[in-house]
Design a protein around this ligand. Structure first.
Ligand code: S3P
Length: 159
């Protein structure tokens, strides 16, 4: 069964997924392959709503496979995805305080993160999503003070 990594932007979902071994799916990368352009361009040219449609479709396709899946931070925006995540039994929520995540976001490449252009708006999103992430998680891993190796070990100890 797949291990699904969820959490806000900057939590390290893609990095940790790669280190968990096995076959890894990075949902944002799959989306970009399908839409044929960077996510930020798609937001600008079409809309967030259209992005979510593609994201939801691809997520429903990959969730059943025996892979490690790194999701985008907004995967819990959609009710059908939340239901699928709640029914899944290996969902890892990588969590941290907002300021740590924001620091990582701004040190990273912002071009793929159209929803991280404004700190106040990003913080609102972070707060709105907490309850969704928590509700569907089977394992919650606090990431702020830990190395990738420690985070991976925590997940591997559980499954
Ligand atoms: C988004 C997070 C991004 C990407 C898109 C939207 C979000 O993924 O899917 O920019 O709504 O939080 P990461 O969480 O991998 O940055």
């Amino acid at each position: 069964m797949s291990i699904i990594l969820i959490g806000f932007m900057g939590a390290g979902k893609s990095t940790i997924a790669k280190r968990l071994g096995k076959e890894v799916v990075d949902l944002d990368q799959l989306i970009e392959l399908r839409i044929g352009m960077p996510i930020a361009d798609f937001f600008a040219e079409f809309s967030e709503l259209e992005f979510r449609k593609v994201e939801n479709e691809i997520f429903q396709e990959v969730i059943e496979k025996d892979w490690i899946i790194a999701t985008g931070g907004g995967i819990v925006e959609n009710e059908k995805n939340r239901t699928a995540l709640a029914a899944h039994s290996q969902v890892v929520y990588l969590t941290s305080d907002f300021d740590t995540l924001w620091q990582r976001i701004i040190n990273d490449d912002l071009t793929n993160r159209p929803l991280a252009q404004d700190k106040t708006k990003a913080k609102d999103l972070f707060e709105q999503r907490q309850k969704y992430y928590e509700a569907v998680a089977d394992l919650v891993v606090e990431v702020a003070q830990k190395s990738p190796e420690e985070i991976v070990a925590e997940i591997q100890n559980k499954w």
